[in-house]
Design a protein around this ligand. Structure first.
Ligand code: ADP
Length: 521
């Protein structure tokens, strides 16, 4: 029978491993995967029915076909209860064998697909639990809880690359024993080589079975995890665990990124708090002593004869510069505390621009720069705004333009009014979120050094300067644009910059023509 079936099946194109020992057959099954077992019922050592039972334990969806000459109903019932897939009554023709084999293998394929689908659904159900939190410790505990159901592991150790610092070790359970050197090295090697491994491992007082798996997302290595387990890790369980860890790695990666963002954010918040505190203390504590110094310096200046008079003039000049910085700080602090008081009035834009140009004319003359004022008087609108505050904004933008433009360059102040119809408002290569309605635009354009693209948003941050503070030539505090943005924002306006390095910059301020009543306190 063995020779007959082997040669018939090989002839049909199947790979066949034949043996007349049912114990040897069991060994084969343990060593490598098979699709089908074809066995006689009556066999020496182990009967075909016993072989069926054992084979089922090894592979629950293995196709098993029993061959027998005399089949009682009783025997058939036992065969079915032992888990046979089909039955061949001896003697049989090759065609009968072919039909039965084809049919049971087809059944097996279908069962395997069904099983895969069930596994995927099971995995999804399990891994959906990973998504309920973004906290790394909570997620590690959740992963351990899910894995406990699968392999009865009590403890889990996660080695995760959370940031650029050394990898972090996280526990699945707060009370689990610490990891010894061997366990730590295993985690590190698994994370490094990205290969799973099984081991016996000392955890506290117990020597446990352990499995260590790599954690990676889209080819990016994010660490490794070590579980202990008391259930044997069958190939099916190992496969399920590997799959589960793929979902776990994706969830951990999200939590890891979230943690990184949170940590970076709290560092930034702390930095921001320190800046605010610095501004508050400096503006408050310097104002009074400086006022006293300036007061006496003025008194002495008026009474002094040369050359002391000249020294005192320079002292006063520096004192006024210092005062201007303190003013910027105080204004900025008020904007941040939303305590800026606006005195809204109807303003003639042409008038306002002329005033600002006059304010900075001497600066431009000092650098032999041309200051241009451009507007179409007939198309210019009247705007409701706080004249002093917007004058401060434009003067600050003009001073910057002059400061960052080489000798002989051009600075142009331009204004126009426009009814914005579509959102966002397209200006050059920028898309600005202006509400539809009537807006006044004022731009300050220069032919200066320009601003690198990556820094064009950052220059509006407090204290931010493009050049390294130690090497920069132009001085300044880095507060001007933060104040400009703050003052424009309290008018419900927007300010933005377009710039090309080496070619120049254009700062544009958009102000609603009618500031809402709420601001007219
Ligand atoms: P400050 O001028 O006191 O340094 P600002 O807040 O006014 O502070 O400006 C911040 C930075 O933005 C400046 O240090 C400079 O690097 C850059 N910047 C501002 N205006 C211009 C400009 N017109 N051209 C080139 N760079 C500019």
């Amino acid at each position: 029978m063995c020779h007959y079936c082997t040669s018939a099946l090989r002839h049909l194109g199947y790979h066949v491993t034949a043996t007349t020992s049912s114990l040897a057959a069991l060994d084969y099954l343990r060593q490598q995967p098979f699709d089908l077992v074809l066995t006689d019922i009556k066999m020496p050592q182990l009967s075909g029915l016993d072989l069926t039972r054992h084979a089922r334990e090894i592979d629950p969806i293995l196709a098993i076909v029993i061959m027998s000459g005399q089949t009682s109903l009783e025997m058939l019932r036992e065969a079915v209860s032992n888990g046979i897939t089909s039955y061949l009554s001896k003697p049989f023709e090759v065609e009968e064998l072919r039909l039965t084999v084809t049919q049971v293998l087809h059944q097996r394929t279908m069962m395997r697909d069904k099983l895969r689908l069930e596994t995927v659904v099971h995995q999804l159900r399990l891994s959906s639990a990973f998504n309920y939190t973004l906290s790394l410790p909570e997620m590690c505990a959740e992963i351990l809880r899910v894995v406990q159901e699968e392999i009865s592991g009590r403890w889990a150790y996660f080695l995760l690359n959370v940031d650029d610092a050394a990898p972090r070790l996280l526990f699945g359970h707060p009370d689990q024993p610490p990891l010894d050197t061997a366990g730590w090295q295993l985690l590190q090697q698994t994370a490094l080589k990205q290969l799973p491994s099984r081991t016996r491992i000392q955890l506290g007082a117990e020597l446990c079975d352990g499995v260590c798996l790599p954690l990676s997302v889209g080819g990016q290595n994010i660490g490794s995890v070590l579980f202990n387990h008391t259930q044997p890790l069958t190939p099916a369980r190992a496969e399920s665990l590997t799959l589960l860890m793929k979902h776990a790695a994706a969830a951990l990666n999200n939590a890891r990124l979230f943690t990184q963002v949170q940590e970076a954010n709290s560092r930034l918040q702390e930095l921001d708090r320190l800046k605010s505190e610095f501004i508050a203390i400096t503006s408050h504590e310097l104002r009074t002593p400086l006022a006293i110094v300036l007061g006496y310096a003025m008194l002495l200046h008026d009474q002094a004869d040369p050359p002391a008079r000249e020294y005192l003039r320079r002292m006063l000049e520096s004192g006024h510069r210092l005062n201007a910085i303190i003013d910027d700080m105080t204004n900025l602090r008020q904007v941040e505390l939303r305590q800026t008081h606006l005195t809204i009035e109807e303003v003639d834009l042409a008038d306002l621009m002329q005033e600002c140009v006059t304010n900075v004319q001497s600066l431009a003359d000092g650098k032999r720069q041309t200051l241009n004022l451009k507007y179409d008087a007939s198309a210019l609108c009247r705007v409701h705004l706080d004249r002093d505050k917007i004058a401060l904004v434009l003067t600050s933008l003009l001073s910057n333009a002059i400061k960052f433009t080489p000798i002989g360059g051009d600075v142009t102040l331009q204004a126009w009014c426009e009814h914005v119809e579509t959102v966002p408002y397209a200006h050059g290569d920028q898309a600005i979120a202006l509400n539809p309605g009537a807006w006044a635009f004022i731009s300050v354009q220069d032919t200066g050094i320009g601003i690198p693209p990556g820094q064009q948003r950052r220059i509006f941050e407090r204290f931010y300067q493009v050049a390294d503070s130690l090497t920069r030539e132009n001085g300044g505090t880095g507060l001007g644009l933060a104040l400009v943005q703050g003052l424009v924002t309290v008018h419900n306006g927007h300010v933005w910059v377009t710039s090309q390095e080496g070619m120049g910059s254009t700062f544009t301020v958009a102000l609603p023509q009618n500031v809402p009543q709420s601001l007219m306190s």
